[in-house]
Design a binder for this molecule. Structure first.
Ligand code: ACO
Length: 366
């Protein structure tokens, strides 16, 4: 028994924000952002579109791609670090908005590694025969926490004014992390692949193995320090005034850990499943920034044809990056039958790992 990816779908908002557009509200440049991060543009939703809206759109698209009726879905696994509201999580809203009535739902909080942990959870549900069809979705609306206040209209080119000194100072103070992120969602449908005669380990398809790791000692590398049970009260004006609702990021620390842990996890999952690095057709890695991807490629000894990047046009969509990139690669015909794929990510918490997947020789014969 193994879990096969039988459909993928994405949802990205229409508003494109280039690096030049960001220079309207903060001290930055296209050259700085591209050379340090690889991001050239990102997408943002309009106010009123929530994370669960994008997630549900991606789910519907993935179900259509798989040819699966919503009534067949047993479970929905949702990953986000930007929920519609603090409580409840988005999984119920995604379920409701995609018409998956009756499916059990899970909310995961592993940030950039949320989708990877979700893939493994889907595999566990399927291989233990608790479910036959599981949808995993990673969705983010980062727009809500970006420190651009009333200057959003300027960013989107909808206002005929310059930012105030205070708006420019605030956006510039947060420029190191805020230029990285974009909104977007991706989903995958996973279904049971029954054991069949003549299947040996080498020719097996579907999810073949995983390595998941967490080290909570690194939680402060990137975190939102305020608005939580550590505070009394949970939320107040003093926290907002101090900017505790915005992320703080140790960029160098994140870089060092991400370039070390993702290649190590890929090597470990290959070793435990009996494969070699040369067997890999694709490494679908979290799109945090191109510098991290370059470092991870060097450590793993693979080039961009094996470990591709799409951060240039989406930015870092956190839990959305793995399914969005995989969907694009499928659309480009880069996931040929028999391709061995390593999904890998590193995310705030810190959580990281790798999931090894083999595209079936004949996807229609599940
Ligand atoms: N535009 C212009 N200048 C900037 C910007 C910006 N957007 N952001 C920071 N700077 C300035 C800083 O103020 C600083 O100026 P100073 O020397 O006068 O003080 C200078 O650039 C250097 O700042 P550093 O933070 O040292 O910049 P660095 O070269 O390390 O690059 C970066 C920052 C790109 C964030 C880098 O540390 C990095 O790639 N880290 C990885 C973090 C990451 O990718 N996080 C993604 C989210 S987490 C995840 O997905 C797991």
């Amino acid at each position: 028994m193994a879990a096969l990816i039988t459909g993928t779908g994405v949802a990205v908002p229409p508003n494109v924000v280039t690096n030049d557009a960001l220079t309207r509200i903060m001290d930055t440049s296209d050259e700085w952002i591209v050379s340090r991060t690889g991001v050239r543009s990102r997408r943002f939703v309009d106010p009123g579109t929530s994370t669960s809206d994008l997630g549900a759109q991606a789910v519907r698209s993935a179900l259509a791609d798989a040819g699966v009726d919503p009534s067949e879905v047993d479970a929905v696994v949702c990953a986000t670090m930007t929920p519609d509201r603090q409580n409840p999580g988005i999984a119920g809203a995604v379920q409701h908005k995609s018409g998956l009535h009756g499916a059990a739902v899970f909310d995961l909080r592993q940030q950039c590694s949320g989708f990877l942990f979700g893939l493994d959870l889907a595999d566990m549900l399927i291989t233990t025969e608790r479910a036959r069809t599981v949808v995993v979705v990673g969705a983010e609306v980062h727009a809500g926490y970006l420190p651009w206040g009333d200057a959003w209209d300027i960013v989107l080119g909808r206002a005929d004014r310059s930012p105030t000194d205070d708006e420019r100072a605030l956006a510039t103070r947060h420029r190191a992390w805020s230029v990285l992120f974009g909104d977007g969602a991706g989903a995958m449908v996973l279904q049971t692949r029954p054991d069949g005669p003549g299947l040996d380990f080498e020719s097996e398809s579907g999810i073949l193995g995983s390595v998941l790791r967490t080290d909570g000692a690194h939680a402060d590398l990137i975190e939102v320090p305020g608005l939580g049970s550590e505070q009394r009260p949970y939320a107040d004006e003093a926290q907002i005034a101090a900017g505790l609702h915005h992320p703080t990021m140790n960029g160098g620390g994140l870089y060092r850990l991400a370039v070390e842990t993702m290649p190590a996890a890929v090597r470990e999952v290959l070793k435990t499943t009996g494969f070699e690095l040369d067997d890999l057709g694709l490494v679908v890695a979290h799109q945090a920034n191109d510098r991290i991807l370059d470092g991870a490629r060097r450590r793993l000894g693979v080039d961009e044809s094996i470990m591709p990047s799409n951060i240039g046009h989406w930015g870092n969509t956190t839990a959305g990056t793995l399914p969005i990139l995989y969907h694009e690669l499928r659309e480009q015909g880069r996931v040929a039958p028999g391709t061995l794929v390593a999904f890998t990510s590193f995310g705030a918490g810190a959580h990281w790992g790798a999931v090894l997947y083999s595209e079936p020789e004949n996807p229609g014969s599940t």
